[in-house]
Write a protein that binds this ligand. Structure first.
Ligand code: GTP
Ligand code: MG
Length: 480
């Protein structure tokens, strides 16, 4: 796929529709190409490295005839001090797809080849400008959907994962040479580290690898977020709560039970975690519902099973006689929930009982067959006034973290699923290496340590195979 790693590549590296488009050219002929298609009083070259110059794109095509061309800027960044490590030139022309595409066509005619997805970043990696974790950080930054995901990506881009991983790997390599030297020299020659000490060091590295692998859960949470389903009986205020969470009127709210017919999904960031919030059609006995509402209820039912968190609303303003039926409906729905379940009294502004009595009503009349000994902890809110929403948000945040150490809050490295899988495999080999050391099989211990080092090296790219690189860089867009 990438036979010509030394040719000169080019692409539009800005999105369509912006005010300015940038054509990036990288490779040994970058300067020649830009000088062919662009003219200015001062020409890009070694005399003006990394200086933005004013001039025109040459418009000498046979159809249009010679002309002054489009006013634009050009810059030349000689390698190795450029993003890719090669000679890089850029033309900044007017935005819109026409101007940029025409400029790109001229650049390609002048001898550059259209870059493939992620090829600029791939070259940067191959030229040692960044390691694989940093290249992945670039991709994460592009895809970041929240402030926190962006910070995480930035940290990775700055080498947080790379340095944590390299630290472990260099220790593994040190212990590997320790094992190997026992094969090369005889017992009397050297002052050996006792096998127990060696084992303890391998085990400690294994623990470090496992601990680092666990941070992937944090990364997944911050990058992909959690799904939250708001469910409950008709008219409980589910759509009102969605609107309150979003801060604007997204869903239709009316006093008529059965207003929401179809599930509705929106995103909201809580404590830096992206929540995909789904408002659902109220659940009640199918006999009371018309066919459209019944279909909506079917969807609500399905979303209960797939949500990470279900927030079940109860109507606190309803007369206390309605509570047993409300609890029964809640307990019935709860059995379909596979994620976390949070019960929540809404309409506290017009509640028929004070909060503790509402909760006691549940405790005394509890029909929940498998209820926790302490009983569920209810939230109390008013979607109308906003009371209790802050506390609800904190509860949602805590529930999403699920007791996980918030590594993302500290400066610690947070790895991806790919890194975690490699670290776990490496940890297994470290475990095996320790067994071999105990058994005195130095050769086998060495081979396990070598495999562990290779697996860990695959994270930063030191030992990554071309198909691993293909897989990673194909996820980038053209021009990156
Ligand atoms: N007093 C009071 N009324 C509320 C509150 N939340 C919602 N309501 C009212 O309750 C009625 C129903 O609200 P919705 O948000 O449409 O309820 P829903 O649960 O989405 O109802 P369906 O879509 O029919 O299942 C509306 O008249 C809201 O104004 C609240 O916190 N306090
Ligand atoms: Mg609704």
């Amino acid at each position: 796929m990438f036979e010509h790693e030394n040719d000169t590549i080019a692409a539009i590296c800005t999105g369509t529709g912006g005010a300015v488009s940038i054509i990036r050219i990288s490779g040994p002929r970058a300067l020649g190409v830009v000088r062919k298609v662009w003219h200015g009083k001062r020409m890009p070259g070694p005399d003006f490295p990394r200086v933005m110059l004013y001039g025109h794109i040459v418009s000498g095509s046979p159809e249009t005839g010679p002309g002054a061309g489009e006013p634009s800027l050009a810059v030349f960044m000689p390698g190795p001090h450029s993003f890719t490590g090669e000679d890089v030139a850029e033309i900044h022309c007017h935005g819109g797809s026409f101007a940029a595409r025409r400029a790109l066509r001229l650049v390609l005619q002048a001898g550059a080849r259209l870059a493939q997805n992620g090829e600029f970043t791939r070259r940067a990696f191959l030229n040692g400008k960044l390691d694989l974790t940093q290249a992945e950080g670039v991709l994460d930054l592009i895809n970041a959907g929240s402030e926190r995901a962006g910070l995480l990506a930035e940290r990775q881009l700055n080498g947080s994962v790379g340095s944590a991983v390299r630290e472990i790997r260099s220790e593994v390599v040190r212990l590997l040479s320790e094992c190997e030297s026992r094969l090369d020299f005889s017992e009397e020659d050297l002052d050996w580290m006792p096998p127990e000490t060696l084992c303890a060091q391998i085990i400690s590295l294994r623990e470090q690898a496992v601990k680092l692998a666990l941070t992937a859960r944090t990364g997944t949470l911050i990058r992909d977020g959690v799904s939250l389903v708001i469910a409950g009986p008709p008219n409980a205020g589910k759509s009102s709560l969605l609107n309150r969470m979003l801060g604007y009127d997204r869903a239709i709210v009316t006093p008529i039970p059965g207003t929401t017919r179809d599930t509705l999904e929106e995103s909201v960031s809580i404590g830096g975690i992206p929540f995909r919030v789904t408002d659902t059609a109220g659940l009640r006995e199918a006999g009371d519902a018309d066919p459209v509402e019944a279909m909506g209820m079917e969807r609500s039912q399905q979303s209960l099973g797939t949500a990470d968190i279900v927030l079940w609303l109860l109507d606190a303003s309803a007369p206390p006689e309605s509570f047993p039926a409300q609890f029964e409906a809640m307990n019935k729905a709860k059995s379909a929930v596979r994620g976390k379940f949070i019960p929540c009294w809404n309409k506290m502004d017009g509640a028929s009982l004070p909060p503790d009595e509402l909760d006691r009503a549940h405790a005394t009349g509890n029909a929940d067959p498998d209820h926790e000994a302490a009983g569920p902890v209810f939230e109390h809110i008013s979607a109308r006034t906003g009371d209790g929403i802050d506390r609800l948000f904190r509860r949602l945040e805590e529930t999403a973290w699920n007791g996980m150490p918030p590594a993302a809050q500290s400066g610690d490295a947070v790895v991806s699923e790919r890194h975690a899988a490699l670290l776990e495999q490496a940890a297994n080999h470290l475990g095996a290496a320790c067994e071999c050391v105990r058994a005195g099989s130095w050769e086998l211990a060495g081979s396990s340590l070598r495999t562990a080092a290779e697996l860990i090296g695959c994270i930063t790219g030191e030992t990554a195979t071309p198909d691993v690189l293909d897989e990673i860089f194909s996820r980038f867009c053209i021009g990156k």
